[in-house]
Design a protein around this ligand. Structure first.
Ligand code: B12
Length: 323
């Protein structure tokens, strides 16, 4: 049998493509990477994971070991010691490819179709598209490559007068509703790090922090989503009873980002002191604003925010319990 080392290590495959080729779900791939140090995929400029032919072959080998009854921790140890000794596993032939009934379009095509359906106020078509998208793509791809571009396009169409304000309100209300249902579909876990997420005072743009809440719940965190325009004094008073490990607030508008300067005065009254994280479009547009807010800037994108939160508050799924 040929060795896995003979295969190309050029990073070209997205996590979704790897999932389709190996049958291992994206969430599992990310968990193995974090917990068992299995593969360190290359990160593209926009921080997406990219895998090589060799990575895919290694994953097939791992899956084969798991199918034979071994635990993932044992397989990871076995692989690490083999590679340390310069021994690469043999290639496992790929399972026969099941040809799907329909060839999937790239995320950009779904984004375009969803935009078209939404500006026609066509709920039935939008719902069908979202169901299809959910079955084909993982949450980060859906949020970053499909829903966010739809919203950016809506903003541009509204700004240039191509769509009416009513249509923009319809689209954001529709997507907000779908995201809230998705959030509620994930279990809230006791025993997992507890986060409160919402928007800075005066901030009405809540879809970014809602998507971040869904991503964090899907990764096993206990997340309470507080919505738009959260008053800091009341929030920190509530937090002093509930003891979250972290409070995360987002700001898209500069005025809202400036409001976050006041957070340092309020949060110090909360015992034990939670971590305060912040982010959002205002800090991307005016980077100097970050220096005026006392707390942890979580990154420019939702994926960076999830990664930062993992570093600050590692989640141990085994200690987490569904409520
Ligand atoms: C929907 C929408 C609204 C809705 C919001 C409804 C709701 N429930 O959320 C409503 C109607 C309320 C609204 C109001 C306004 N809006 Co508006 N709105 C939008 C629109 C179309 C989509 C916003 C959105 O959800 N984007 C999707 C998110 C995911 O994108 P994002 O914020 O860029 O997210 C990225 C990062 O910021 C980061 N991120 C996001 N959230 C978080 C959170 C954390 C913690 C971290 C770390 C990272 C992070 O991750 C993403 C990338 O991965 C945008 C267009 C656009 N370009 O976004 C305009 C837009 C933001 N709005 C705009 C304006 C001008 C307004 C109003 C002033 C209009 C008015 N005259 O009343 C008000 C202001 C209200 C307020 N004070 O907050 C402008 C802002 C321009 C600017 N920066 O000054 C935009 C860009 C439209 C435009 N093209 O001009 N809006």
């Amino acid at each position: 049998m040929a060795s896995i080392l003979d295969l190309s290590d050029t990073p070209i495959y997205t996590i979704k493509s790897v999932a389709l080729q190996t049958g291992i779900r994206p969430v599992t791939l990310r968990a193995w990477e974090r917990r068992h140090d299995i593969l360190s995929p290359f990160r593209s400029d926009n921080r997406y994971r990219l895998y090589s032919e060799r990575d895919i072959a290694l994953l097939r080998w791992i899956k084969n070991r798991l199918d034979s009854g071994l635990a993932i921790s044992n397989v990871a140890n076995e692989l690490h010691s083999m590679i340390k000794d310069g021994i690469w596993p043999d290639m496992i032939p790929a399972a026969p490819i099941v040809t799907p009934g329909k060839v999937a379009n790239p995320p950009s095509e779904y984004s375009r179709q969803l935009f078209e359906a939404l500006i026609r106020h066509d709920e039935a078509r939008s719902g069908d598209l979202l169901r299809e998208i959910h079955s084909l793509f993982d949450l980060p791809t859906t949020f970053m490559q499909i829903i966010t571009p739809v919203l950016v396009e809506i903003g541009e169409a509204w700004f240039s007068g191509k769509i009416r304000i009513t249509t923009e309100h319809f689209v954001s209300a529709y997507l907000r509703g779908k995201l809230l249902s998705l959030l509620q579909a994930y279990p809230s876990r006791r025993g997992a790090p507890y986060l409160m997420l919402g928007c800075a005072p005066t901030e009405q743009h809540e879809i970014g922090s809602l998507m971040l809440s869904v991503l964090l719940r899907s990764e096993g965190y206990r997340v309470e989503y507080l919505g738009a325009d959260v008053p800091l004094e009341d929030l920190t008073d509530y937090a002093s009873y509930e003891h979250p490990a972290m409070i995360v607030l987002a700001a898209s508008m500069i005025e809202a980002a400036i409001e976050l300067k006041k957070m340092s005065g309020f949060i110090k009254k909360v015992k034990p002191l939670p971590v305060f994280g912040f982010g959002g479009a205002a800090f991307r547009a005016t980077t100097a604003l970050k220096d005026h807010v006392e707390g942890v800037y979580l990154g420019d994108t939702l994926i960076e925010a999830v990664d930062s939160i993992h570093m600050l508050l590692p989640v141990n799924s085994r200690s987490a319990r569904t409520v």
